[in-house]
Design a protein around this ligand. Structure first.
Ligand SMILES: C[S@@+](CC[C@H](N)C(=O)[O-])C[C@H]1O[C@@H](n2cnc3c(N)ncnc32)[C@H](O)[C@@H]1O
Length: 269
């Protein structure tokens, strides 16, 4: 541990104290030999398994125009620098970060409904980012910024420790085939990373419509010492936990899926 004396306290301890890490021990060994903190290392060196495949969806002309004209207003460049939320939004506020916002409609709706908070959306799908900016402009929201990049890398490189009031992960890619389960974003390391970035009293809200992913999430939550379950709901789309209905939720409901929502508190240090 002494090799990481300048790390936030979570980094290696949480990764090593991980009952079923998928890559933590390998990473820890790798970075121990180099005296680099895994939580602060350049992400290109520490991630091999991604939770997404870049879809080559075509941009509509209006999305293309939005990416050119509205990006200066809503976009955060992927500079690799640590973000300064107060400078970014021009005020001290509670910051909510949504991972994988899809077309952004839910994100914009939440930003419009809570003008006293600031929102950051992270998504890799370019048409979704274009769509979200059009919605943000139409809603006239000024408390929203978007990053077009892998959310894990953003959390590792750009989000300061204990800075976020809330993280939302709505209907993450389910990776239903067993051989793809390692691609699921909800893992022990993910909870360690998110909770490190959450302030005390911070919450992580998750929703899914895949029964098998819900089981996986329940297992990870039960065995993780980083989060405490505040609330769990299983429903037919009629009891969402503090969020609007999302596009992928609607899609799941059309297929007859049930919906699971969790609200997780960061376990006090
Ligand atoms: C199933 S969709 C759900 C979209 C939206 N949350 C909804 O409920 O309608 C999952 C989204 O997460 C995005 N995604 C997956 N992994 C990501 C990552 N590591 N960083 C950023 N976005 C990611 C995908 O591009 C996709 O748009």
């Amino acid at each position: 541990m002494h090799a990481y004396s300048n790390c936030t306290e979570v980094c290696l301890a949480s990764l090593l104290y991980n009952p079923r890490p998928f890559e933590a021990r390998t990473l820890a060994r790798h970075f121990e030999s180099k005296a680099i903190c895994p939580m602060q290392a350049p992400s290109s060196k520490i991630r091999t398994i991604r939770s997404f495949v870049r879809r080559t969806g075509r941009l509509t002309p209006s999305q293309q125009k939005a990416l050119q004209e509205l990006w200066p207003l809503y976009g955060i460049e992927n500079s690799g620098e640590l973000l300064d939320f107060a400078a970014l939004f021009g005020r001290e506020s509670e910051v909510v970060l949504e991972i994988g916002f899809g077309n952004g409609e839910t994100l914009v709706e939440q930003a419009a409904a809570s003008p006293g908070k600031d929102f950051i959306g992270v998504e890799v799908h370019e048409p979704g980012v274009g769509h979200a900016m059009l919605k943000a402009r139409d809603a006239g929201v000024s408390n929203l910024k978007l990053i077009m990049h892998d959310a894990i890398e953003v959390l590792i490189e750009r989000v300061p420790a204990t800075s976020l009031a809330r993280v939302n992960l709505y209907f993450p890619d389910p990776w239903p085939k067993k051989r793809h389960h390692k691609r699921r974003i909800v893992q022990y390391d993910f909870l360690a990373l998110v909770t490190d970035r959450l302030r005390e009293q911070g919450v992580l809200n998750i929703a899914t419509d895949w029964a098998n992913y819900a089981e996986h999430i329940d297992t990870i939550i039960a065995e993780s010492d980083r989060v405490t379950r505040k609330e769990r709901r299983e429903h037919d789309g009629d009891q969402p936990f503090d969020r609007p209905r999302t596009k992928f939720e609607r899609r799941g409901l059309r297929k007859g899926h049930r919906i699971w929502d969790w609200s997780l508190a960061k376990t006090p240090a």
